[in-house]
Design a protein around this ligand. Structure first.
Ligand SMILES: [Zn+2]
Length: 270
């Protein structure tokens, strides 16, 4: 599933090719995505695409008429190709521009989405309840400390809750907790501010590193053979259950927490 870094890299990959160009047509070849693609998406035809923004894992295509809200779901991929490039299987949406290029959404599992709003997009029902962006100043130790008081839930599920902060997917939660030396099951409300300082720092570092690595694949977004997949990352705990801790050499333990694979070191994480 594309996580926040992949979505941000998708944004960086497509934006320079489509921003500032007029949208000539929106072709919906299969409207049966996670929610049926509404007729209103055609309202953007004839206007300029002003900017491509991102909020959590939603790409926001700001146009003169309103905002297209695009989500990649489980398997969605974007690329920018000349309009006459033959479509391939699972190319469900094509947004065409006066430049002769088009943005294509390919999504085999069809859990992606394309919606439209004329109103303030931050108040859209999909976005209104979301916590702050992890790579902004609004996400800091003071914030997380205040939000966590009286919370008995495990710290790992707490930081993965989109209402608290967006974009901390399972891989990033595992890695950041290991780096911060915090046990994933520790109650969120029982963690000191000093430890939250470290945790926030490592969440930001882990996400920023993933975006940086993905940035090396940007030109792939304009190739006909498809946009890049997941970035190979140097993971210290995720996917390494039973293997040796890189810090203390003890075997890492793997459990299920909130139905998600959780790997940690019983010695290094308290
Ligand atoms: Zn260890």
């Amino acid at each position: 599933m594309p996580e926040l870094p992949e979505v941000e890299v998708s944004r960086m990959g497509i934006a320079p090719h489509i921003e500032g160009h007029k949208i000539t047509r929106v072709n919906v070849y299969d409207a049966r995505l996670r929610w049926p693609v509404p007729e209103q998406v055609h309202q953007v035809e004839g206007g300029d695409l002003i900017r491509v923004k991102r909020r959590a894992k939603y790409l926001l295509l700001e146009t003169e008429q309103g905002v297209l809200i695009l989500h990649l779901g489980m398997s969605g991929k974007l690329r920018v190709v000349p309009i006459d490039t033959p479509r391939v299987k699972h190319d469900h949406i094509q947004i065409e521009f006066s430049s002769g290029q088009c943005l294509r959404l390919n999504d085999p599992r069809r859990f992606g989405a394309l919606l439209f709003t004329e109103d303030n997009v931050d108040e859209h029902k999909l976005l209104a309840m979301l916590g702050p962006e992890p790579l902004t100043e609004y996400f800091n130790a003071d914030y997380l400390f205040e939000r966590s008081r009286d919370k008995k839930q495990p710290i790992k599920t707490f930081i993965m809750d989109n209402h608290q902060v967006v974009g901390v997917g399972n891989i990033y939660a595992n890695e950041a907790l290991f780096k911060a030396g915090i046990h994933p099951k520790r109650a969120a409300g029982a963690i000191s501010k000093a430890r939250y300082e470290r945790l926030v720092m490592y969440i930001k570092e882990t996400l920023a590193e993933a975006i940086k690595q993905g940035g090396t694949t940007l030109r792939d977004f304009t190739r006909a053979d498809g946009s890049p997949g997941y970035f190979a990352q140097k993971l210290q705990v995720y996917g390494r259950g039973g293997k040796m801790c890189m810090r203390c050499k003890k075997p890492l333990r793997e459990i299920r927490l909130g139905q998600r694979s959780t790997v940690y070191c019983t010695q290094c994480q308290r």
